[in-house]
Design a protein around this ligand. Structure first.
Ligand SMILES: Cc1cc2nc3c(=O)[nH]c(=O)nc-3n(C[C@H](O)[C@H](O)[C@H](O)COP(=O)(O)OP(=O)(O)OC[C@H]3O[C@@H](n4cnc5c(N)ncnc54)[C@H](O)[C@@H]3O)c2cc1C
Length: 458
């Protein structure tokens, strides 16, 4: 392993960190979420002895969608609370996918709740929906606040839609998401003041409040207090910035007590470099070498406004790193043999894994796809790790559009690694390459549970 002290690369002892938090399996989390949803439905069930007439059916549907929306929003926020057990067990990219999918359902539930309640009340009161809407909004301040919350959530949902998101800067989209917290706060009180499932049910109110308070505390703790505490404890600073390849730099960051972070190869941190131009943004970058007790290294490709500026970082610049995050680690492994398959800058987490995954000769192999030899990153490092492992790196060159001669086709991959289906595959590369390679691996009969991939896009 390479470790850096005051800018000089030295060899250090290999670390096998044990994570501070036990990862939770995705299936366990889904089970907890669905059990919670069933408990939420039981609130309505217990409170509703019978339903008769269109008005009651509509109002009942409105109450159920409202309960589910109130529950779903708090689960969505919890998924993004950066809870270490979730981040390590599920992985940040899968959490983000769950959050995005759940967000679409939650916004639909919120809209359905509003419309069904208005319609149901209008039918029961024998009036029209416009009159009923104005009565609800003007007579009940909590409902007015909840309506504003609903509109905020709808707005966040719209900017998160694929087409709108593509037109927005990442940071704009990200900071607009903070309106979700405002929406949650604005909508909270109407649940107790007008929600008939809560009005006469003190235990339900207490449990519901606890759910919101616990998630609020988790957000405060893991998103704000822990990063600040880590910043003071580890006092990270840039030690070295050097060119790694075309448009790619490596940054070595040094600090104190880094072993306490228990960072594993394959994981990433959100890095905030404290300079005039970049203190306000934290970008995710994977460790490109195993973390040492006093140094970590990341390798960054110039892909946009922020990553482009990093080559100008000066030694001594303070750094705040939030993490480690990610489930793309040795813990995901299910088989003795492993293939690390990377392309482009996606090689970064694989470079670290190549060094640390335990395995004898022939057990840990690597395929590295790049357009041309000059694009290869860590060439000398990879070759020397391969030598030590008694293997060699399979470099595959060529432009992306290869037609039938795609070197990552099922046939080529099987020809290169005949025991492919018996291996765990760790895959990291551009989104298009990742998707097509997963298909190729499936065609080559690699079971889905043996394919582990990290996405560089949330
Ligand atoms: C888990 C993970 C690990 C990564 N590891 C590496 C790595 O080792 N090396 C490397 O070069 N790149 C890595 N990336 C990608 C890197 O984070 C983005 O390329 C970088 O943040 C681009 O920022 P920008 O401002 O330069 O570009 P922009 O033009 O602002 O953004 C380009 C795209 O990068 C993504 N992005 C931007 N900012 C963020 C952010 N704060 N959080 C999440 N995504 C963001 C968005 O998808 C955005 O559309 C990783 C990404 C993820 C999610």
């Amino acid at each position: 392993m390479t470790d850096v002290v005051d800018g000089a690369l030295i060899n250090a002892t290999l670390q096998h960190p044990s994570p501070k938090a036990h990862p939770i399996r995705p299936a366990a989390i889904l089970w907890i979420i669905w059990t919670g949803a069933a408990a939420v439905l039981s609130l309505w069930w217990i409170d509703t002895p019978s339903v008769s007439g269109l008005g009651e059916w509509l109002t009942g549907a409105g109450r159920i969608t409202g309960l589910f929306a109130g529950y779903a929003i708090v689960i969505l926020v919890a998924l993004m609370a950066r809870i270490p057990a979730l981040e390590r067990g599920i992985g940040a990219d899968r959490l983000a996918r769950w959050h995005a999918m759940g967000g679409r359902y939650t916004v639909s539930l919120v809209v359905a709740h509003g419309l069904l309640i208005i319609w149901g009340y209008a039918v029961t009161a024998n009036t029209d929906v416009v009159t009923q809407t104005s009565v609800l909004i003007l007579s009940y301040p909590d409902v007015l606040a909840a309506t504003v919350a609903g509109l905020l959530l709808l707005g966040v949902g719209i900017v998160s839609a694929r087409a709108a998101r593509a037109k927005l800067r990442y940071e704009t989209w990200y900071y607009l998401h903070f309106y979700t917290y405002l929406a949650v706060a604005l909508a909270f009180s109407h649940q107790f003041s007008t929600g008939s499932d809560f009005i006469d049910n003190l235990p339900a109110r207490v449990l519901w409040s606890c759910l919101y308070i616990v998630v609020g505390v988790l957000i405060l703790w893991y998103r704000f207090i822990v990063p600040i505490r880590q910043a003071f404890r580890h006092r990270l600073r840039v030690a070295q910035v050097y060119r790694e390849g075309p448009d790619v730099i490596s940054i070595v960051v040094v600090g104190r007590h880094l072993e306490e972070l228990s960072a594993e190869s394959g994981q990433f941190f959100r890095w905030r470099f404290i300079t005039k131009n970049s203190w306000w943004t934290a970008n995710p970058f994977s460790l490109s070498a195993p973390a040492g007790p006093s140094a970590m290294r990341i390798t960054v490709k110039d892909l946009g406004e922020h990553s482009r500026q990093l080559k100008y970082l000066r030694p001594g610049t303070s750094v705040v790193a939030e993490g480690p995050y990610g489930a793309f680690t040795g813990r995901a492994r299910t088989r003795r043999k492993v293939l690390l398959l990377g392309a482009g800058v996606g090689i970064t987490p694989l470079r670290a894994l190549f060094e640390t995954l335990p395995g004898g000769p022939g057990e840990i192999d690597m395929i590295y796809r790049a357009s041309q030899p000059s694009d290869i990153l860590f060439g000398a490092e990879l070759d020397s790790i391969a030598d030590a492992r008694g293997t060699k790196v399979n470099y595959l060159f060529g432009s992306r559009r290869q037609g039938r001669a795609d070197p990552l086709s099922a046939e080529h991959l099987t020809a290169l690694i005949p025991d492919l289906a018996e291996r765990d595959i760790y895959l990291c590369g551009p989104p298009g390459m990742t998707e097509s390679t997963i298909k190729a691996l499936r065609r080559a009969r690699v079971p889905r549970r043996q394919i582990h991939h990290e996405s560089f896009e949330f």
